[in-house]
Write a protein that binds this ligand. Structure first.
Ligand code: FAD
Ligand code: FMN
Length: 496
């Protein structure tokens, strides 16, 4: 297929997805019009959706973001950046900023007044929680410069990021899907179809093993997949390439037992579609019509835990459960419903912000729970090139059940791949202990390592762990020094 045709197909797919998305919003609205409830005012404060756009892309994404929030039941207010001032931001409560960079690292023209009048001064934004999407193009010298500048200013004024800044390189679909994931966290729903659906390849599930039987925490499974014949190609050995830090996007499917409630001729058509509660809703429809009517299941992201040279893609997936007992869409498919040997729809997303350091500087790797997946692959990459100045800080609940990849980690310590290992098993003693507590105890060593140029990588829970670790790093290194490390790409996080 020519690149031109491919581009047209992608653009068409995005438009189709968008039309489906609009349909979805209408459907949700209709569904929510329950008699007697529709007149109740919403108790939620609107989320401010502020944008700065030079050629319209950021504006378009801002509009879609506002619609996504509304579809998820969270009111949203769309505003151009220059219509805002410090007072509006101070009382907004929650905001998302979607801004592009133009010129040579400049703000879009219409935002110039905001930059001069608002960002040029101090503001009291301690009451503001925000998310930020920076649009740019890495072929320019000042990549995402305005988004980064706005992010730094907001934090200096005391605003709290809800999650790490998302940067979109040249309209990259993976980064946009990642942004949608964060919007889903704000609304507490994860059902909106992707704006830029991935084209998945098929991988075969070849291993699935629970790593923590008897754990007080949710079941966590080690999975291995290999490309199927005729599957992804392009790497040096004909397999797909990825780097430590990259993400596997999965296209989930429905459990066979859930599909068995429908007539057998719907099996193929509905395998990756949301299922109606009542099969009668599809009565009289052909499989194609039913497929067109039902929204696709959303994708899910998992940190890749292995290197391409191993010939298999490994994941560590925790089973999520809904309050009604159903398994999570993605984790349920991977850990329970997908039969062994069956094809899994998967696509690798490059995750530049968690790629390894380019030189042999020391690494401090900090994480909890399934976050070990994203750290393990870095340690494997470091072991392969004999870069041994690595310090792992890992935490989970109990040593007996939750010390994921224990033999490997202890082997790395014995072989010198790990220069230092700190573990925090929160439930193994009376008082709860977490990775951030280990970092506090080791503040002197942290200062020594960072003085030697160490890069800090954090992977795992956004809530609790990453904020606790951030506070411990600030306490040990100081706010400014940590900010400096982040600017130099020496403090990187992959938290979810
Ligand atoms: C960059 C990145 C890397 C990640 N890496 C990993 C990894 O290595 N390992 C890993 O296990 N996970 C990882 N995740 C998380 C993963 O992508 C999924 O979010 C996770 O598996 C849950 O998805 P799910 O589809 O199984 O559950 P969902 O169906 O999305 O449900 C998730 C949870 O949300 C709640 N929920 C959802 N809908 C509702 C509702 N309507 N009402 C009430 N509650 C609801 C439920 O409590 C449920 O437990 C990563 C995420 C990101 C963004
Ligand atoms: C004239 C011009 C200058 C640009 N300069 C930068 C830049 O310095 N840094 C960057 O990351 N992206 C730069 N970009 C890329 C844009 O940020 C990117 O295309 C973005 O998606 C545009 O969003 P918008 O349509 O909302 O302005 C530039 C684009 C153009 C057309």
């Amino acid at each position: 297929m020519s690149p031109e045709t491919e581009r047209c197909l992608t653009a068409g797919a995005v438009l189709l997805a968008y039309a489906a998305f609009c349909g979805f919003i209408v459907w949700r609205r209709r569904r929510r019009r329950v008699p007697g409830l529709s007149t109740l005012p919403s108790r939620q404060e609107p989320v401010l959706v502020a944008y700065a756009s030079q050629t319209g892309f950021a504006e378009e994404i801002a509009r879609r973001s506002a619609e996504s929030l509304q579809a998820g039941g969270v009111p949203a207010r769309l505003a151009r950046l220059e219509t805002l001032d410090a007072d509006t931001l101070a009382v907004a409560g929650r905001a998302v900023f979607i801004v592009s960079t133009t010129g040579q690292g400049d703000a879009p023209d219409h935002a110039a007044r905001f930059v001069r009048r608002v960002m040029g001064r101090k503001a009291a934004l301690t009451g503001l929680d925000y998310g930020l999407l920076a649009l740019g193009d890495s072929s320019y010298a000042n990549y995402c410069a305005f988004g980064r500048q706005l992010d730094a200013w907001l934090q200096t004024q005391g605003a709290t990021p809800l999650f790490d800044r998302v940067e979109v390189d040249d309209a990259d679909g993976g980064a946009l899907r990642h942004w949608q994931h964060h919007l889903g966290k704000i609304t507490g729903t994860s059902e909106t179809p992707d704006w830029a659906p991935a084209r998945f390849a098929e991988w075969r599930l070849i291993e699935r093993r629970r790593l923590n039987p008897g754990s007080p925490g949710g079941p966590a499974f080690h999975l291995a997949l290999e490309p199927m014949e005729g599957g992804p190609k392009g790497g040096p050995e004909g397999g797909i390439e990825w780097q430590a830090g990259d993400i596997a996007e999965i296209g989930p499917r429905n459990a066979r037992e859930a599909l068995d409630r429908f007539p057998p001729y719907f099996l193929e058509a509905l395998r990756d579609r949301r299922l109606p509660d009542d099969p009668a809703e599809l009565a009289g429809l052909s499989p194609e019509q039913a497929r067109g009517r039902q929204m696709p299941l959303p994708h899910r992201e998992y940190s890749i835990a292995s290197l391409p040279s191993e010939g298999r893609l490994e994941l560590l997936v925790r089973q999520a459960r809904h309050p009604d007992g159903r398994l999570g869409i993605g984790s349920g498919w991977l850990t329970e419903y997908a039969p062994m040997g069956s094809p899994i729809a998967l696509r690798v997303r490059s995750n530049r912000s968690f790629h390894p350091p380019e030189d042999d500087r020391p690494m401090i790797l900090i994480g909890n729970g399934t976050g070990i997946a994203g750290l393990r692959v870095h340690l494997k990459a470091r072991a392969a090139v004999r870069r041994h100045l690595n310090w792992l800080v890992f935490g989970e609940r109990t040593r007996a059940q939750d010390f994921f990849y224990r033999a490997e980690v202890e082997g790395w310590l014995a072989d010198g791949v790990l220069a230092r290992l700190d573990l925090a098993f929160s439930r193994d003693q009376e008082e709860r202990l977490y990775v951030q507590d280990r970092l506090r105890e080791a503040a002197d060593t942290l200062r020594e390592w960072t003085a030697e140029g160490a890069a800090i990588y954090v992977c795992g829970s956004l809530k609790g762990m990453s904020t606790g670790v951030h506070a411990a790093l600030v306490a040990a290194l100081g706010h400014e020094a940590l900010e400096g490390l982040a600017e130099e790409g020496l403090y990187r996080r992959d938290v979810y």
